[in-house]
Design a protein around this ligand. Sequence first.
Ligand code: HEC
Length: 182
Amino acid sequence: MLRSYSYPIRFFVITVTMICTSSYASTLAENVDMYELGKKVYMTGPESCQNCHGAMGTGTSRSKVNLTEPTTWKAFEYQSILKDSDADLDYNTVAKAVISLGGRGWNERHFAELRNHLSNPNEKLTPFDEDMVGLKGPSRKVLLNHVKRLIRKSGLPKASQDEIEDLLSASVLTYIKQEFVD
Ligand code: HEC
């Protein structure tokens, strides 16, 4: 009896939470200059994105990835391999998640599940290189505090840690796309 009631209620709560989160995320994004924030993320600190990916996004000795060509990214490879599976995978979502979580965090949280969606288990899927630290580097705190200040200044309600991280990764992806790809 309890079960039959709790399912729809739980579904409702989850749905409403998701709708609220996504509308707050877009409100945040509308009130912040995503390019400027992304530029700051890309360049801040001694272990910044720029340090491994280079000022032009074409790579350094620490990372051969070419950020100017998203179709060469691993996230894009995942999207292509899984396009006929039941996983509705968008490479931008994967790229944002690996920036937020870093390679190691992403592998721990998502790689096994990704493999479950393969229709042919022999298909080759490689995890992310764990040298990709993304936002898990030493400047994380500085960047989180910077966003908290931006939110306070714009008079918006407080954001959760997850919302701030989403904003940081979305902004740096905006910067990469506008600066190196467009
Ligand atoms: C310590 C070096 C290092 C730092 C710092 C670093 N990265 Fe990376 N990044 C890598 C490596 C290595 C890869 C290759 C991962 C792979 O192909 O498995 C990578 C891959 C990527 C990719 C491509 C993802 C894909 O799907 O192939 C993006 C986008 C990216 N990094 C963005 C960033 C951003 C944004 C930051 C800063 C917030 C950052 N990186 C910080 C080393 C780094």
